[in-house]
Design a protein around this ligand. Structure first.
Ligand code: SME
Length: 160
């Protein structure tokens, strides 16, 4: 029914434009936040090579709680300020980590993870969730990824 796979080998900004169009098409008419997060997690898994975990943590009662994702089972609750996700949520700032083993307090959910990108989703200035991407490669994520995922976070901000 849906065919939102990336089209061919193209520069990262072009791939992100395809991802944004797909995210827009999948979520714009759907009010259910869980359904939308599930589809975005699946899109990220399909569009981003060399990832071993793509998904969401949601802000619930002042802590992060696991949301829809693709990957191995992960820690369920993360206090604000802890690990890469908790730091992104506490500061409201993207965390681009080339080597998670050098990040103080990194929470190792899957031992194959070596690099990580976590982008907060903001609504009316508040962090409502984070998008978490893990890779087995060191320094998998760069500025193109940061900009692409930050734009994705804007697109879905009112739909999750
Ligand atoms: N590594 C993360 C925890 C979440 S898992 O990677 C899915 C962190 O340090 O916040």
């Amino acid at each position: 029914m849906f065919d939102f796979r990336p089209v061919g080998d193209c520069p990262k900004p072009d791939a992100y434009r395809q991802l944004h169009d797909a995210a827009e098409a999948l979520t714009s008419d759907e009010p259910d936040g869980v359904a939308n997060m599930a589809n975005i997690a699946a899109l990220l898994w399909d569009f981003l090579p060399d990832t071993n975990w793509t998904g969401f943590y949601r802000m619930v009662g002042g802590e992060l709680v696991l949301g829809p994702f693709i990957g191995r089972p992960a820690c369920i609750r993360i206090p604000l300020g802890k690990g890469v996700c908790g730091t992104a949520a506490a500061e409201g700032e993207t965390q681009l980590v080339e080597d998670v083993h050098a990040f103080p307090g990194h929470i190792a959910c899957d031992s194959v993870t070596n690099s990580e990108l976590v982008v907060p989703v903001l609504r009316d200035g508040d962090v409502v969730a984070v998008i978490d991407l893990d890779s087995p490669l060191k320094a998998r994520f760069d500025e193109d990824d940061r900009q692409g995922i930050e734009r994705l976070a804007e697109i879905i901000s009112n739909r999750i």
